[in-house]
Design a protein. Structure first.
Ligand code: SF4
Lengths: 167, 417
């Protein structure tokens, strides 16, 4: 499946406090409402303007900070098709896979704000349609590929009879 | 070939020898959540079709982030957690009992255990040589249902610290120095092993500060080899102090080794909005401070409160600056009351809140106003962390925080100790 959309650029060190602020803690059991504030403390206009399929393009250490899985969940709920960044913080990475949000580690300096991108996860290719460039992305570890292919961790457990089946 | 501490612990829990870079499903000794991540974990537990928790006596739901609840949405989350505990038999830690990591440190974690929890500072357990690491709600729901999780065995960064701390320097300054040096992603996906003469001489509360902040340089765990101080802590807290040999092998393979001379350290702060934006007190601009916060899973233990109280005793907080003190657990609260430390804070003009996360996470009890400056003993200072993206947060030791409360601006603790 190919993902298509335009790039929203963010800088280095975007934390889970930027993505899903602590001051909205009381909305954590109301994810559709929380999703209306996604990325609010990094770019207040983002949540209202993002289009289904768009990409979040970050710098270094995207998603650093707290373990709140609400962060990748509301990115996905907002319609974002994948997060591309130079590096991704560990817990955010795991959470993104569990909720079925693709994350791609690559040199994002080549992508400009608003560039049209096409991502082919199966082939491992990111095409920048605006700039006419393309780059290959390394495959995820097999464990993560398996969880993502099953549609996230909940579906994985249901599909494998209530067990982890990752060996 | 020799093995690191992580390789030893994970091999024992995977049932097969594990080397750095390998993946396995491992047994989990303890799993927990807090009130910010717990409701989602419980919903995912049900969505996955689990009916019963695996070893419910080793699964805990903590209410510490919004304790007591400041809003009805959160009261309903707490209610849901209590109901889940009743249904499944998992443990429940009520409002006012304290911060999850601090309570499991007092009562549950053991050297050589694997512990996972839905909170990034789970790595606090590393000070007792527990392979303790943070994950999200869904991963912990799996651990609740199966008593297992998947892990990648991490490469290890060895940090060796030698020499005595100069006056006014604490383990908080050391950890801020390390994070400033290697960066907020300097040990991403890796384990830290903290060792050397300085670490061996540190009391447990000071080790807690180090392991707690391992995640601030991206590390999965921050492990400290067990020694006499470890055994003494376990004995004092009524726990079995026999555990497998966790000494890293002499020929263990490290991704890199960092040597630090503790004698050269100075009181250190992290400036807004990143933990690795560190400065020594000599370089720091002495800006006016509106709020000082002492507490959290990083520096909210009784010894931390003693350090702050010793500085504040008989003094007054500068008008125009406010001080909030939040003991990390009810045990610390009780002890601080017994030692009259709470009295010292209140007489100096401060305020003491009930045990919990308090102002740390921006939910209640100390949200910053626009452009206000806070010096806090917590572990992170991200934009918006204390409830307002226009707030400015500086991280520091309890001594530097206490000195700051007296002067009303960022202060050098060396003249107070
Ligand atoms: S005290 Fe702060 S860092 Fe520690 S668990 Fe609570 S919110 Fe998290």
């Amino acid at each position: 499946m190919k993902l298509n959309g335009k790039a929203w650029k963010f800088g280095d060190g975007i934390s889970t406090d930027h993505i899903a602020p602590g001051r909205l803690f009381h909305l954590r059991s109301n994810l559709p409402e929380l999703a209306k504030h996604v990325m609010e403390d990094a770019r207040p206009e983002f949540a209202a303007a993002v289009q289904p399929g768009d990409f979040i393009v970050g710098g270094r250490n995207f998603g650093q900070g707290s373990s709140r899985e609400h962060a990748p969940t509301i990115i996905k709920l907002a319609g974002v098709s994948a997060v591309l960044a130079k590096s991704i913080a560990r817990i955010f990475f795991r959470n993104a896979i569990n909720v079925g949000l693709p994350v791609i580690i690559m040199d994002t300096d080549t992508i400009a704000e608003g560039d049209k991108l096409e991502v082919d996860l199966a082939e491992g290719v990111v095409k920048n349609l605006t700039q006419g460039t393309s780059c290959r992305i390394p495959p995820l570890p097999p464990v993560m590929r398996k969880i993502l292919a099953d549609g996230g961790m909940v579906e994985h457990i249901k599909k494998h009879g209530g067990k982890l089946d990752l060996e | 070939m020799g093995r690191t501490i992580s390789e030893k612990i994970l091999s024992a829990h995977a049932g097969v020898p594990m080397k750095a870079g390998e993946f396995a499903v491992v047994d989990v000794d303890l799993a927990y959540v807090q009130d910010g991540t717990g409701p989602l974990a419980c919903r995912q537990f049900k969505a996955m079709g689990f009916k019963a928790a695996h070893k419910p006596e080793k699964k805990i739901l903590f209410v510490d982030h919004a304790s007591p609840s400041p809003r009805r949405e959160l009261s309903n989350d707490h209610k849901f957690l209590r109901e889940f505990a009743r249904e499944t038999g998992v443990q429940f830690s009520e409002i006012g009992r304290g911060i999850s990591h601090s309570i499991v440190f007092e009562k549950y974690v053991n050297p050589g255990d694997v512990v996972v929890a839905a909170d990034s500072h789970t790595c606090t357990g590393g000070a007792l040589c527990t392979f303790a690491t943070g994950m999200g709600s869904t991963d912990i729901a799996v651990a609740f249902g199966l008593g297992k999780t998947w892990l990648r065995c991490p490469e290890t960064v060895k940090i060796r610290v030698e020499g005595p701390f100069p006056k006014g320097v604490y383990s908080k300054d050391l950890m801020l120095h390390i994070i400033g040096k290697i960066g907020a992603d300097g040990a991403n996906y890796e384990a830290l092993e903290l060792g050397g003469g300085t670490i061996r001489a540190l009391p447990m509360h000071a080790r807690i500060t180090l392991s707690n902040m391992a995640v601030e340089c991206g590390a999965k765990v921050g492990l400290i080899e067990p020694d006499e101080i470890t055994h003494a802590w376990l004995r004092e807290h009524g726990r079995d102090h026999k555990f497998p040999d966790l000494t890293p092998d002499k020929d263990a393979v490290y991704e890199r080794v960092i040597e630090i001379d503790a004698a050269k350290l100075k009181p250190t702060i992290a400036c807004p909005h990143f933990v690795d934006n560190t400065k020594t007190i000599d370089e720091a601009e002495r800006v006016h401070v509106d709020q000082v916060f002492i507490g959290t899973c990083t520096n909210g233990r009784i010894e931390d409160l003693r350090i702050a109280a010793a500085i504040l005793k008989g003094k007054s907080i500068k008008p125009g600056t406010r001080l909030i003190v939040t003991p990390s657990t009810v045990e610390v609260y009780r002890q601080a009351a017994e030692e009259n430390l709470l009295q010292v804070f209140v007489v100096a003009g401060g305020l003491v809140t009930a045990p919990g996360c308090g102002a740390c996470v921006g939910v209640h009890e100390g949200i910053l106003g626009d452009d206000e400056v806070c010096v806090t003993t917590q572990n992170r200072n991200f934009c918006g962390r204390m409830g307002n993206p226009k707030g400015l947060i500086y991280l520091a030791s309890p001594a530097l925080a206490a000195a700051t409360a007296i002067e009303g601006r960022i202060a050098d603790p060396r003249q107070y100790v």
